[in-house]
Design a protein around this ligand. Structure first.
Ligand code: FES
Length: 575
C-alpha cells in the first residue's frame, strides 16, 4: 500500500494470514500472473454482459480488452468476469422479467469479490439498467461503457433504423404493400455492424442516460460500435477507473437527485424511450431516491425536444455522432441542467460540455427553435390510470393526441394474436385498442406488447395509427399513439380490468388525462366482480418475481432491492 492511501477493499481478501488469503495468491499465479502483475495494485473488475445470445453485446469482449489495456497503463490489475446477459430478441417471455435478476448478479458479483473498482460493459436494452442498478447497490467505484450504436442500415436508397423500420415495413407487409421477397431482402441488411439498435430506442436512450447521469464518459451515447473511437473510449475508461478508486468516487456520489433530474431533462430533449422512465426510477430507488411519474411530467413540460431522431424524427445515432454527439445536445439545454453535477471524468457536467458544438442543425435543433417546445414523453393520469400512464407524444399522430373512441378489448397477448386479423372483428379506425393482463404481474414481466398490431382489415384500408393502450411496455424503437405503463395494472386491480368492449375512452394528452367514461360507481362494481388472476408460477424465480415486483410507476424493481428494502417488505404480497 502506498503511504497515505486508505486501505483498498481488495486488501481484505489478499492481505490476510488465513489459508484463503494464501490460496487467492495461488489462484492468480495459476492464471499465469506474477506478483509484479498484481501486488499492491487496485483490482479492477470488468463486469461483462457479453453473450452470443445477445447480438448487440457480442463485441464486448473486444471492448473488455481495450479496458484492460487502460487499466494496465494506469497501474491497476484488471480481472474480467461474466454476468447474465439479456438479449431482446431471444429471451422469453421478456427480458424485463430478468432485469432484476441480472441486477442481483451484478450487485452480488461485485460485493462478493475482491474488487476495488468496476467497469460495466453492456449495450442491449435491459443490460445497461441492470448494470447500473447492481452497481448502485454495491456502491463500489464504477464507470459504465456501453457497446455503441450500430452503423446506419440502408435498403433501396433509404436509410433504415433497427428496429423502427422493421416495424414499419412489417405493417406494410401485412397491408400487402411489399412482398415476402422484399421482407427477406430487408432482413439481410437491417443490422449491418456490431452494436445496439441505432434509433433512439431503449438501448440508445439508456446509453445517453448513463452519460447524462455522469456515470458514463462523454461520447458513450453515440460513438458507433464499429468506430475505432469506441475502443479508445473503453481504453480511457480503463485508465480512469484506477484514479476513481484512489478518489473513492462511488456511484452514490454521482447518482444524486440533481443527476437524475439532468437525465430526465435529457430524456425529454432527445425524445427517449418510455422504458427509461421505469429504469431510471429503479436505479434511483436503489439509492433511496424517489422519482414519481409526475416529476417526469413536470420536467417534460419545460424541456424542449431538440433531437430529430427516429422513431420520433428522421435521423439515426450515427448522424447524432457526426452532429456533435450527446455532449452537444447537453450543451444546448445546459440552462436547464445542474452543470455542477460531478461525473466520472473528475470534472463537472458543465466542464465536460463546455467545448461541445453542434455541427448539423438538422439533427440537433436549438432550444429556441426545437422540434417541440415540450419533451418527448407525457405522463397521463385519470380514472383509467390513477397511478399514471405514459405516452411518447413525439412519435404519436398529432391528430390522435386528443381523441375519444370505443374500447376494443383484448384480454391477453394471445387474444390479440388470435383475433386482431379476424375479418369479423368489430373495429373501426376511431376505436381504441385496449390490452390488459400485460403488466409486471399479469403478463408476467411487462413485455413490450404495447405496440398492438393494427387490424389487417384497417391496414388494408390505409389506416396506419390508432390509439392503443395497455399495462404493457413498448419497445423504444416503436412509434404511434400508444399509451403504456397504465398503473396499477389490471392484474393488480387497476381500473383497466373494468373496461368493457364498447365503453368510451378519452385520451387528452394536452390535458395529461386518460379516462374511462364510465360512472365511478360502475367501475368499482365491475372491479369487485373481477376474480384475481391465477398465479403464473408455483416455484422458482418467476414465483419470486410476481410476489415482489413493484408496479411500473415504482420502477418494477423488487421491493426488497430498493434502498431500505427490508423495511418495505410489509408490502410483500405473501403477507
Ligand atoms: Fe439489443 Fe436493440 S435488440 S439493442
Amino acid at each position: 500500500m502506498q503511504a497515505g492511501r486508505a486501505e483498498r477493499r481488495s486488501q481484505a481478501w489478499f492481505d490476510t494470514p488465513e489459508l484463503y488469503g494464501w490460496l487467492r495468491h495461488a489462484a492468480l499465479k495459476a492464471q499465469g500472473f506474477t506478483e509484479d502483475a498484481y501486488l499492491g495494485k487496485p483490482v479492477i473488475g470488468i463486469c461483462n454482459s457479453w453473450s452470443e445470445l445477445t447480438h448487440c453485446n457480442v463485441h464486448l469482449r473486444g471492448l473488455a480488452a481495450a479496458v484492460k489495456r487502460g487499466v494496465w497503463q494506469a497501474g491497476g490489475f484488471p480481472l474480467e468476469f461474466p454476468v447474465m446477459s439479456l438479449g431482446e430478441y431471444n429471451m422469453r417471455p421478456t427480458t424485463m422479467l430478468y432485469r432484476n435478476l441480472m441486477s442481483m448478479d451484478v450487485e452480488e458479483s461485485i460485493r462478493a469479490n475482491p474488487l476495488d473498482g468496476v467497469v460495466l460493459l453492456g449495450g442491449c436494452d435491459k443490460t445497461t439498467p441492470a448494470l447500473l442498478m447492481g452497481a448502485a447497490s454495491a456502491d463500489v467505484p464504477a464507470i459504465l461503457v456501453t457497446g455503441g450504436p450500430q452503423l446506419k442500415a440502408a435498403w433501396r436508397g433509404e436509410e433504415l433504423g433497427s428496429c423502427t423500420d422493421c416495424r414499419r415495413y412489417r405493417q406494410e407487409l401485412r397491408a400487402g404493400r411489399i412482398t415476402e421477397q422484399d421482407w427477406a431482402d430487408l432482413q439481410d441488411g437491417i443490422i449491418r455492424s456490431p452494436g445496439h439498435c441505432m434509433v433512439m430506442g431503449t438501448a440508445s436512450t439508456m446509453a445517453a442516460m448513463g452519460e447524462s447521469l455522469g456515470i458514463a464518459p462523454p461520447g458513450n451515447a453515440d460513438v458507433p460500435a464499429a468506430d475505432s473511437r469506441r475502443a479508445r473510449l473503453a481504453e480511457s475508461a480503463g485508465r480512469r477507473i484506477v484514479d476513481m478508486v484512489d478518489e473513492d468516487l462511488r456511484p452514490s456520489a454521482l447518482l444524486t437527485v440533481n443527476a437524475f433530474e439532468n437525465a430526465i431533462r435529457t430524456l425529454h430533449a432527445i425524445g427517449g424511450s418510455t422504458n427509461a422512465v421505469i429504469h431510471l426510477t429503479a436505479i434511483a430507488g436503489r439509492l433511496g431516491i424517489d422519482l414519481p411519474p409526475d416529476r417526469f411530467g413536470e420536467l417534460s413540460d419545460t424541456t424542449p425536444l431538440i433531437l430529430d431522431m427516429k422513431p420520433s424524427g428522421r435521423f439515426l445515432m450515427e448522424d447524432l455522432f457526426n452532429a456533435g454527439g450527446l455532449q452537444a445536445v447537453l450543451r444546448e439545454i445546459s440552462h436547464l441542467l445542474y452543470e455542477e453535477a460531478p461525473t466520472v471524468t473528475g470534472r463537472s457536467l458543465g466542464q465536460n460540455i463546455a467545448a461541445a458544438r453542434v455541427h448539423d442543425r438538422e439533427v440537433v435543433r436549438t432550444a429556441r427553435q426545437p422540434m417541440d417546445p415540450q419533451g418527448g414523453l407525457a405522463v397521463l393520469r385519470g380514472s383509467l390510470a390513477p397511478d399514471g400512464a405514459l405516452i411518447r407524444q413525439s412519435s404519436a399522430s398529432p391528430e390522435l393526441l386528443t381523441h375519444s373512441g370505443r374500447a376494443v378489448v383484448f384480454e391477453s397477448h394471445d387474444d390479440v394474436e388470435e383475433r386482431v386479423d379476424d375479418p369479423g372483428l368489430d373495429v373501426r379506425p376511431d376505436d381504441v385498442l385496449v390490452l390488459r393482463n400485460a403488466g409486471p404481474i399479469g403478463a408476467p414481466g411487462m413485455p413490450e406488447w404495447g405496440f398492438l398490431p393494427l387490424p389487417k382489415k384497417l391496414l388494408e384500408r390505409g389506416v396506419r395509427d390508432m390509439v392503443r393502450l395497455s399495462d404493457a411496455r413498448m419497445s423504444g424503437t416503436a412509434f404511434g399513439t400508444v399509451v403504456v405503463h397504465v398503473a396499477p395494472e389490471s392484474a393488480a386491480g387497476g381500473p383497466l380490468a373494468a373496461v368493457r368492449g364498447g365503453d368510451m375512452i378519452r385520451l387528452d394528452v394536452p390535458a395529461r388525462r386518460l379516462d374511462l367514461l364510465v360512472d365511478r360507481g360502475e367501475i368499482r362494481r365491475r372491479l369487485s366482480e373481477t376474480p384475481p388472476p391465477s398465479p403464473h408460477y408455483e416455484r422458482g424465480y418467476g414465483w419470486m418475481f410476481t410476489r415482489h415486483v413493484l408496479q411500473a410507476n415504482e420502477g418494477c424493481d423488487f421491493n426488497f432491492l430498493r434502498a431500505g428494502g427490508a423495511a418495505e417488505l410489509s408490502g410483500d404480497r405473501s403477507t
